[in-house]
Each structure stands twice: as structure tokens, then as C-alpha cells.
Design a protein around this ligand. Structure first.
Ligand SMILES: *Cc1c(COP(=O)(O)O)cnc(C)c1O
Length: 359
């Protein structure tokens, strides 16, 4: 029986090497072995993306949203506001976090899958000097749209704003040039393109942000970025971490460094290309124009008369898990991600299987 291939946008299929790491010895997180593990992971993260000089990191146990909430809740100074660009579930999630913390926010609300207009963003920045942080989702996993990271980043920089990016579903899957793109705070997770297990996520941020962040009052006990960073710099950890997930992340980062981030992005781009050529041949239609699509996920219109559940269940019996649309899109689209350790052969077998179901 072939394994189940996960075509959902995380958690992803991992290599056996990463899976085996889950079984490393039982460990107390207050022992020096865990300090060292944490230090190594933090170093490897920066090394993989070649940002050791200007950036630092903080790890947190929890899914990507834990790190996102940590970054958002810890990065806005009192009396200032956040500009949130929304064109999908995850942009809206950033706004929700702002609401929970009763932040002042300005929002650019777009239809899901609609790219933002730079002119609108610039107008917001011009009209609202109270804005301190500009928040953007790089890869909007809701639709597979890749937002214009560099352009928005450059605007944020020109207006001297802090640029906070949810890179959870793009880090190591779509290209991010940390040199030319002024990202100040980047949020990521272990279980998407990093190819490890759910349970640990992280914030990468510029060292020059440290002072500003440390002056922001603590608003949460469990998710304060400055406190995590301070503890981890000293080799300590505030709360009991998901230790096996850390073990696996360490090995997954070795694999990422071996493959290189550029190599992985190329592999994903190739996979997406293979899939999209196949989708076109089957006669499926894309939700997002091809020049706006990420490397990691394709949203497809459900053919008329085809029920998502039925398609999903039939594919699952053949060993493939696809992903439903969210919200209003749930009736109209399905999603196919190509993150994780999936072979060319498996993608080809998926296309054949999909075709046999649709014809
Ligand atoms: C997966 C994802 C998240 C986090 O979702 P979790 O369920 O908390 O892992 C956040 N933003 C984006 C863009 C994502 O794709």
C-alpha cells in the first residue's frame, strides 16, 4: 500500500530521517541538552536563509498562529496603529488578533484572491501617520495568491514603518530576498515548506527591532516575543516545549541546508509546473491568474456537477489528500498544495488518478 500523499498546505509529508528524529531520547527541557538543541535550531534557521548577521529568532511551541499572535501582539507600540492588508483568511486573521488585543488598525479589505493596489496602500500610509506596523501575508494560502512582498515592503520602508510578514506558507517554498526586501518581522512554522512536524513555530526579526520591542508593554503571558527571545538568548525556555517537534525540526533544517533554500524553491516550482500543466490538460481552471500564483499551492474551480466531498473521498481511497476551499469558496474551489517531501512520481500518479475520476 503506497503512503498517503498530503496535498494539503501543511502538515506535510516528511522524510524518514525527520520522522525518526521524533524518537530521540526522553529529555528534560531544563537540561543543557535542550538549551543546545534550541540554540542549534535558532542558528540553523538563520543560516538556512542566510540572515545571520541582521536577524535573530524566537521559537514557540504551537502552530503557526501561535507565532503569528506572538509577533502581532508584541510589535505595536501604545498609541500607534497597524495597517493590515486582507485578501484572504490569513490577512483577516491578523486583523482578528489586532481586535483581540484592542489595537487600533487600518485595513485594506479586498476580495479573496484580489491583489492589493500599491496606490491604496500608499494612500493609507500618507493619510495615517499613526500607523507604525504594516502587516502582510506573503502567500495567502486561502487562494494560492502570492502578494507583492517587495513592493509593499519598499513602501513600508519609504514611510519608515515596521514591516511584519506572515511567511508561514511561503518560507522555503517561495522566494524571499531578505536583502532587497525590508522585512522586519517574519513569521514561520515547522510543518509547511520547512518540512518538519507541527508543534513548533517561530519569529525571525531584525536585531535592530530589539530595543523598540523591549519598550512595548507585555500584553500576554504566554506569547510575548521579547520574553521568549530574552529567555532563549540566555539558553532558557519559559514553558514546557513540544520536545519531539524540536528534535524533528533540527533534522529538517539540516535537510533544508543540504538542499538549500534556493534548491527547495526550484523543486517546488517544478512540482507546481508539472501539476498545472496536468490540470490544464484535464481542463481544470485556475482561481488565480498564473502570474500571481505561489509555488506551493494551486486553487482550482470545481467542475460543474462535481461535489467536493465526493472528489476528496475518492482521491483519499487512492492515497491522496486534497484540501477544500474556505468560507464562500468552499462550494466553488478545491486546493492542491505541493509542499513537503513528495516525489515527481507521486505527483504524476496524482494527476492520472484525478483525470480518471474526472473523465
Ligand atoms: C498555515 C497558515 C497559518 C497558520 O495556521 P495554523 O493552523 O496555526 O498552523 C497562518 N498563515 C498562513 C498564511 C498559513 O498558511
Amino acid at each position: 500500500m503506497p503512503r498517503i500523499v498530503l496535498l494539503n498546505p501543511g502538515p506535510v509529508n516528511v522524510t524518514d530521517r525527520v520522522r525518526k528524529a521524533l524518537l530521540l531520547p526522553d529529555l528534560c527541557h531544563r537540561e543543557k541538552e535542550f538549551s543546545m538543541l534550541m540554540e542549534t535550531i535558532r542558528k540553523k534557521l538563520l543560516k538556512a536563509f542566510d540572515i545571520e548577521k541582521e536577524y535573530t529568532s524566537a521559537l514557540v511551541s504551537g502552530s503557526g498562529t501561535a507565532a503569528l499572535e506572538m509577533a502581532v501582539s508584541s510589535s505595536l507600540s501604545p498609541g500607534r496603529s497597524m495597517l493590515v492588508i486582507q485578501n484572504g483568511v490569513y490577512g483577516e486573521r491578523i486583523s482578528k488578533i489586532c481586535e483581540v488585543y484592542q489595537f487600533r488598525q487600518h485595513t485594506i479589505q479586498l476580495n479573496w484572491g484580489e491583489p492589493p493596489s500599491l496606490e491604496n496602500i500608499e494612500n493609507e500610509l500618507k493619510q495615517n501617520p499613526d500607523i507604525e506596523v504594516v502587516a502582510l501575508v506573503h502567500h495567502e494560502t486561502t487562494t494560492g495568491l502570492l502578494n507583492p512582498l517587495e513592493e509593499v515592503g519598499k513602501l513600508a520602508r519609504r514611510y519608515e514603518k515596521v514591516f511584519l510578514v506572515d511567511c508561514i506558507s511561503s518560507l522555503a517554498g517561495d522566494s524571499i530576498d531578505f536583502r532587497s526586501c525590508p522585512i522586519d518581522i517574519a513569521v514561520g512554522t515547522a510543518n509547511k515548506c520547512i518540512q518538519a512536524f507541527p508543534g513548533v513555530s517561530f519569529v525571525l526579526f531584525r536585531k535592530k527591532e530589539l530595543k523598540r520591542l523591549s519598550e512595548i508593554p507585555e500584553r500576554t503571558l504566554y506569547l510575548n516575543l521579547t520574553r521568549y527571545h530574552k529567555a532563549q538568548e540566555a539558553g532558557g525556555i519559559l514553558f514546557t516545549p513540544a520536545i519531539p517537534a524540536y528534535y524533528a525540526l533540527d533534522v529538517a533544517l539540516d535537510e533544508l541546508i543540504e538542499e538549500t533554500v534556493t534548491g527547495r524553491i526550484k523543486r517546488y516550482a517544478k512540482a507546481a509546473q508539472l501539476l498545472r500543466t496536468g490540470f490544464r490538460e484535464i481542463g481544470l481552471e485556475f482561481l488565480i491568474p498564473e502570474n500571481w500564483q505561489s509555488n506551493c499551492l494551486t486553487s482550482l474551480h470545481l467542475p460543474r456537477d462535481l461535489n467536493y466531498e465526493k472528489l476528496h473521498d475518492e482521491l483519499k481511497t487512492k492515497g491522496f489528500v486534497i484540501y477544500a476551499g474556505q468560507g464562500n469558496l468552499s462550494e466553488n474551489i478545491f486546493r492542491v498544495a505541493n509542499m513537503g517531501d513528495i516525489t515527481h512520481k507521486e505527483f504524476e500518479r496524482f494527476l492520472k488518478t484525478l483525470e480518471s475520476i474526472l473523465l
